[in-house]
Design a protein around this ligand. Structure first.
Ligand SMILES: Cc1cc2nc3c(=O)[nH]c(=O)nc-3n(C[C@H](O)[C@H](O)[C@H](O)COP(=O)(O)OP(=O)(O)OC[C@H]3O[C@@H](n4cnc5c(N)ncnc54)[C@H](O)[C@@H]3O)c2cc1C
Length: 461
């Protein structure tokens, strides 16, 4: 009996149900990753692809250390997998569910196609803590607000055992297929721009656990306070590792002995709540799949966005808005492939509520440039800030980037770090600007644009 483990965004050896189950009762197992160019370009941004390549290389090396081959081949996800299953006569296929809507569709087709040829597909879920379909309110409907969702989800999630990679020798069945050169294939949209990511990031399962340990030792004890300061490395930076399933939320929560009568500190509790925000994003995407490109709150479909915004959008993307903290944050993104949560909110608010550019444009740019670009978290982040999502910031809450900077970066440590031309920005955008032509001028008047936004929002509230 032969089993096949098919990877997608579960690039880890531990807490991997597909791997552990694939060896029970089978004589040999094969490990496979199919790079379907259309599918991966649709579901991964350029920065994501950089991470994917590195993470796959890491996984391949780790498996090699166990004398197991990870076959990385190219082809249509369904056709190629079926071709291999029939050619080598596999008896069962094991996957960990991928919760991206495009993969959900593919996995469903794969399941039906395999059923027709009498082959089982075993699919496990560690992408979320609880299966989203199981969390419903008393009337059987999905929750639309985070707090009751959190309460209910926490009750349903009984800390699952963290699986270890099997200690027994796995008999690895090698298939003869053309392997792809990951350094060529994944550079499709990548150029010199992504080379610098090496300076900031180390993808791969082992590095995910190193980041977790580091965060536990250095920042968790102050998390609730420091998580909002963009100049401080006070958050876990686990987001890209979670995005590619190098670590599971189950593994992270187990670190807290969550259900062991262990009293959580306010910092631990806050961190766990953030993990549940991720859970909530996936939950909303599952129950309301239209949110991928339309507002959760449908009345905002009629919001009056600017029409001719191309120039301002380009300036925002390149960090040329003349608003110091916005430009610093956009530079952080271009340089490192990541942006602090506080400045994600500030830049998103500026784009949607000052420049009045549709949130979908910002979501698209983040999707292509963030290493952690994650369909559920990105869409929900953008909808929350722009005021059209669940639990959204009320329409009249428009971040003032100048006040945000004063509060969260009072000594300009963050803005100085990410702006070469820091000295050309003024503190309040008013003094000197009329007399000194060398200074950088904002592309928009903050208070006028705020009033226009308020007026337009009030029309549909
Ligand atoms: C406009 C906008 C876009 C965003 N796009 C993404 C995205 O594409 N991918 C992404 O993973 N996160 C996104 N976020 C959420 C958040 O900014 C990042 O998860 C966080 O900054 C990642 O850093 P960290 O791992 O150090 O977070 P930590 O503070 O250490 O949190 C740990 C984990 O909890 C989850 N988490 C934290 N904050 C949030 C949140 N607000 N919503 C959902 N989950 C959260 C993440 O998985 C994160 O890795 C976005 C937020 C906004 C406002």
């Amino acid at each position: 009996m032969k089993s096949l483990v098919l990877f997608s965004n579960d690039l880890r050896l531990n807490d991997n149900d597909a791997i552990n189950s694939s060896i029970k009762g089978y004589d040999s197992t094969t490990f496979l990753f199919v790079f379907d160019k259309n599918l991966y370009l649709k579901t991964h941004g350029s920065a994501n692809l950089w991470w994917l390549k590195k993470s796959l290389d890491h996984l391949k090396e780790n498996l090699k250390g166990k004398k197991i081959t990870l076959h990385i081949i190219q082809g249509d996800y369904i056709k190629k997998t079926l071709e291999i299953i029939e050619k080598y006569k596999f008896d069962s296929v094991f996957i960990n569910q991928n919760k991206h809507p495009e993969f959900i569709k593919k996995e469903e087709i794969l399941k039906l196609s395999l059923k027709r040829i009498n082959i089982n597909l075993f699919a496990y879920n560690k992408a979320t803590l609880v299966d989203p379909a199981l969390i419903l309110n008393k009337t059987g409907d999905p929750y639309k607000v985070y707090s009751p969702f959190y309460k209910n989800c926490k009750l349903l999630y009984s800390q699952k055992e963290v699986l270890k990679f099997p200690s027994i020798n796995i008999r690895n069945f090698i298939i003869e297929e053309k392997e792809i050169d990951t350094s060529k294939v994944f550079s499709i949209n990548n150029n010199k721009w992504s080379e610098k990511f090496d300076k900031y990031w180390s993808p791969g399962e082992d590095n995910a656990h190193i980041s977790l340990e580091k965060f536990f030792k250095s920042s968790l004890s102050n998390y609730k306070e420091v998580r909002d300061i963009p100049s401080v490395s006070g958050t876990s930076k686990l987001s890209p590792h979670l995005r590619f399933g190098e670590i599971t939320t189950n593994q992270i929560i187990n670190h807290f002995k969550f259900h062991d009568n262990h009293a959580l500190s306010k910092h631990e509790e806050h961190f766990i709540k953030e993990l549940y925000w991720r859970e909530f994003s996936y939950y909303i995407l599952f129950h309301f799949p239209y949110v991928i490109d339309k507002p959760f709150n449908k009345k905002y479909e009629n919001f009056e966005w600017e029409v001719n915004y191309k120039d301002n959008l380009e300036k925002w993307k390149k960090g040329n808005t003349g608003i110091r903290i916005v430009d610093a944050a956009m530079n952080e993104l271009l340089e490192t492939g990541w942006m602090h949560n506080r400045t994600r909110m500030i830049t998103a608010s500026f784009l949607t509520k000052n420049l009045l550019i549709p949130w979908q444009e910002g979501e698209k740019w983040f999707r292509d440039n963030l290493l952690d670009a994650d369909i559920a978290n990105n869409v929900m982040g953008w909808q929350w800030v722009s005021g059209c999502g669940t639990d959204a910031a009320p329409y009249f809450r428009i971040f003032n980037p100048l006040l945000q900077e004063k509060k969260f970066d009072p000594d300009n440590i963050y803005t100085k770090k990410w702006l070469n031309n820091f000295d050309l920005y003024t503190d309040d955008h008013e003094t000197d600007l009329l007399t000194n032509n060398d200074l950088i001028k904002p592309i928009i008047n903050l208070s006028n644009s705020r009033n226009i936004a308020l007026e337009r929002f009030s029309k549909i509230k």
